[in-house]
Structures are given as structure tokens and as C-alpha cells.
Ligand binder design. Sequence first.
Ligand code: NDP
Ligand code: 7N6
Length: 308
Amino acid sequence: MDIARIAVHESVAKACPLEAMVAALQGPDIPVEIVGDDAAFDAGDCVVTFSPRNAFLDAAWVHGIRAGYDEFDVAAYEAAGTALTNSTGIHGDTVPETVVGYLTAFARRLHVYRDRQRDNDWTQEPYDAPFTLTGEQVCVVGLGTIGQGVADRADALGMDVVGVRRSGDPTENVEHVYTPDELDTAVADARFVVLCCPLTKETDGMVDAALLAQMRTDSYLVNVARGPVVVEDALLNALDTGTIAGAALDAHWAEPLPDDHPLWDHESAIVTPHVAAATSRYHEDIAALVRENVERATRGESLRNRVA
Ligand code: NDP
Ligand code: 7N6
């Protein structure tokens, strides 16, 4: 594959400044330019993008700057012979650190005190509300780059770590690995269930009313995966009725989360605007992946992170 141009689609601005991405991708040989929705592509193009567009199918290769590629039509890429790569592998610190933040907030009640601080309110939580992460069980659903990072940190905090992955393969710092058909059992004893899996036809709606009912009433759900992995009404009902104790959501059913969405005002929910992976060096991490693959393409080698 001979790459003659790297086209940075304007949707990249959803994750990082376009100019920073262009600068990070600059090399001696291949021109890098920003393109909009009116651009045309050909077999010399590598497109770097946040969102899919039909016109990208005319390029040689499209790089999605997210780990999740659920918005891309993989079959169309395969039919067109256009390579599609994703950005898994770069979120092993950012997202897990955010998850540790959610877990710590719930255990030490930090989200409650931040709310009260706005009203100069000194009220302390009931004696039996705070707990320590140490000794609590976390179930990590999806044990790839992000799930492994969560498991490593949870283990270091003295938590009891179980997890779920398709293969069921043993995983470092995870005491017991379940397969997806054992999800009910996997979540049953956990104080925290952390979703770190991709959105696929298997995971769409995976966390439904029945699964939430399997969880402990004092447990917390964390979703850093994709909104539709969780059934929206089922979660809202579970929070309202005390089926579970709370939830932290970075990934939502509609983004931005609508102004009038009940989650905004739910005191047992932590809502973040899909920023679990945000960092001031996101453009550099993406550019390193793209540059490595440009070199591979030049040498006629297979692309890293190729998903179509
Ligand atoms: P990886 O591909 O490294 O890991 C995915 C993991 O999910 C694998 O362990 C895989 O199992 C597991 N998995 C797949 N299907 C299922 C299933 N049905 N049940 C349980 N586990 C399953 O991906 P990443 O860790 O890089 O990212 C995971 C997802 O997180 C992304 O697809 C994206 O949707 C989301 N994400 C969100 C971010 C945010 O900002 N909130 C940032 C980055 C990613 P196996 O190992 O057996 O194949
Ligand atoms: C953008 C990260 C992913 O799948 O959802 C995340 O990688 C987006 C900063």
C-alpha cells in the first residue's frame, strides 16, 4: 500500500485540536492536510477520523481514532477492500485511572461531598455509608487494554478482582475469569461491575433488568464502554428502586446526554461527558499508531489494529 497523503477529517476535533493532530502526524515525505465532508479520496489516501463517512471507502486505509469502531460498517470496508484500523492499545492508563476515580468517589462518598460543597453544607454521610475499596470485589467485563488496566489497579488497591472475556483465558491480576454466558454468576458477588467491552451485537443490551437484578443492592455499575451495552430504562429503574446503589457513566445512549435526562439529577449517579480517555497527549498517541502503520504499509507488512 503506497500512502501519498494523510487526510485528517474535521471530526477529529471531537477528541483533540486538528492542528495538533496535523503537527503530530507531520513527517518528511507524506503531506498531511485537514479535510471536511466535501473531500474526495483515492487509493493513495490514509484518512484519520473520529467518525465514519461513506466517501472514506474510496481511500486505501481509514484509521479511526477511537478504540470502539461500532459506528463503522466493517462489511462495507471489507467489500470495498479499504483497510480499517482502530486505536485500541492506547487507553490502558487513562480510562482505568478514571475508573479508579469513580470507585474511590463511591466508596469514600466524594461525589456527595462535592455536591454539598456547592451549598456550604457540612453534613456528613451516615456512619455506615463509607467503605474501603480494599477487600471489595470488582467484576471487570472485558479484559482487553482497558479491562487489564482496571484489573491491575484494582488488584494494587487490595480488591478482589474477577472478570469476563469472550475467550475465558486466564488474565493477570484477575482471580477468576468467566465467559459471557456466565455473566449472571460473574456479577453476583461484586460491589462494582465495570463495563470495558466493545459494543457488538452480543453486548448490545447486555446489561438489562434481569442482569441488574442479579447484582447486589449495594453495588455500583460503571460504564466506560458504550451506552447501548446498558438498557437505559432498566438502569434508570434500578437506580430509582434501589436495585443497585449507583452508577458512573462515561458512555451514554445519546451524546451529548440530553439536558432533561433524569441521570443529570440522580444523586447516586456520576455522569461524565465521554472523557474517560481524555488527555492532553491524545493526538500524540494516535499519531504514533498511524506513523507505525504508515511504515508498515510502506514495507508491505500487515497493519497493526486492523479490523477490516
Ligand atoms: P480491547 O479490544 O483491547 O478489549 C476488548 C475486551 O472485551 C476483550 O477482552 C474481549 O474479550 C472483551 N469482550 C468482547 N466481547 C465481549 C463480551 N460479549 N462479553 C465480555 N467481554 C467481551 O478493547 P479496549 O479495552 O481498547 O476498549 C474496549 C471498549 O471500550 C472499546 O470498544 C470502546 O467501546 C470503549 N472505550 C471507551 C473509551 C471512553 O472514552 N470511555 C475509550 C476507549 C475505549 P477477549 O479478550 O476474549 O477477546
Ligand atoms: C476519544 C476516545 C474510544 O472508543 O470512546 C473512546 O476510544 C473515544 C478521546
